[in-house]
Design a protein around this ligand. Structure first.
Ligand SMILES: Nc1ncnc2c1ncn2[C@@H]1O[C@H](COP(=O)(O)OP(=O)(O)OP(=O)(O)O)[C@@H](O)[C@H]1O
Length: 321
């Protein structure tokens, strides 16, 4: 998606909220937008969603978009399941698939019991889960999240983290606004601040959570009874793991820890039968080893240091093949 010289003001003669905003995002981008209250973050997401039109400049966006607004209409005259299934149809899904995805997200978010309750009677957090579900079930090419984590319980927040990272890993573009600076830290690929001039200013890598420090890796060993797994896996997988063939039909997938849950879910939910043999978290001894010389000074007992660069393997789950 692209913004070229985008400006926005509400009403003729109103102040420019955005001016000269440029943004070019490639598939796989997971991008944080920040700025103080009233700076124009929601306006930017609405322009990206196609809900508002720019006053000047040009917005190019993918056709399949999904949006969690900052404020979800509270009193829609539907129950959650009916609403989600209808939204699935709006996103172009066949009716049965729309119902399947609606039920799937209601279950994952832990609100199946409230699926038939009129939305006007749902709690604020449950309503927010429905707002999130309507966007995630679309599996859109552009996912816009405007403070979408607000009001969610911890499990739902993690699920949304994972779903956002997965969307990007599968080639979507995700644009999110959140006042928590740690949101999706280590997973965001870029970040921008809406400046007082109304333009977008790129954040330094550490502020956007963009991976200067790569963080721990996870190795997942898996195979399939259907034949060599390497040939069965889709081209795109969450976290774009490194793939190393193992003996027989097995493959080792190495991915950043933040995306390992999304990868596992994809493997186990995918069309091919996949057996997960082992999941190991690797810690990087280069990052964790004492500074040069420090080991000698403190150790003194002749313990050998780990060879530099050799990962320490901490098994998380080991299953017999
Ligand atoms: N529909 C509207 N009509 C008129 N002015 C609007 C409208 N929507 C937003 N504004 C104004 O545009 C400016 C930017 O609002 P916006 O909601 O985009 O900011 P924001 O950065 O998302 O703020 P917050 O962090 O508080 O959510 C504000 O001054 C706001 O009052």
């Amino acid at each position: 998606m692209r913004l070229d010289g985008v400006g926005k003001r509400y009403g003729r003669g109103g102040r420019w909220v955005l001016r000269g905003a440029d943004l070019a995002l490639e598939p796989g981008a997971l991008v944080r937008i920040e700025g103080p209250n009233g700076s124009g973050k929601s306006t930017l997401l609405k322009l990206a969603a196609g809900i508002e039109r720019p006053s000047e400049g040009r917005v190019r966006r993918p056709r399949r978009r999904a949006y969690v607004p900052e404020r979800f209409p509270p009193a829609l005259p539907f129950d959650a399941r009916t609403y989600l299934a209808a939204l699935g149809r709006v996103h172009g899904l066949p009716a049965a698939e729309a119902r399947r995805r609606a039920d799937g997200w209601l279950e994952r978010l832990g609100v199946t019991a409230q699926a038939g309750t009129p939305m006007s009677r749902l709690s604020k957090g449950t309503c927010q889960k429905v707002a999130v579900a309507q966007a995630l079930l679309a599996e859109a090419d552009l996912l816009l999240l405007d403070e979408a984590w607000t009001g969610l319980d911890r499990a739902a927040r993690s699920l949304l983290d994972e779903a956002a990272a997965e969307r990007a890993a599968l080639g979507g573009v995700v644009l999110f606004v959140d006042h928590d600076p740690g949101r999706l830290a280590g997973l965001a690929t870029d970040g921008y601040r809406v400046g007082e001039d109304g333009a977008l200013h790129r954040l330094p890598a550490d502020a956007s959570g963009e991976g200067g420090a790569p963080g721990p890796l996870v190795e997942i060993d898996a195979d399939s009874p259907d034949g060599p797994l390497a040939g069965l896996l889709p081209a795109r997988l969450p976290g774009d793991p490194e793939r190393t063939p193992l003996a027989g039909t097995a493959v080792r997938l190495t991915v950043r820890a933040g995306q390992s849950d999304a990868l596992l879910r994809r493997l186990l939910d995918g069309p091919s039968a996949v057996r997960v043999l082992a999941v190991r978290r690797l810690t990087d001894p280069v990052a964790e080893a004492p500074a040069a010389g420090q080991g000698d000074a403190e150790g003194g007992g002749g313990r050998d240091a780990e060879p530099a660069g050799a990962p320490v393997v901490e098994p998380v789950v080991e299953a017999a093949p």
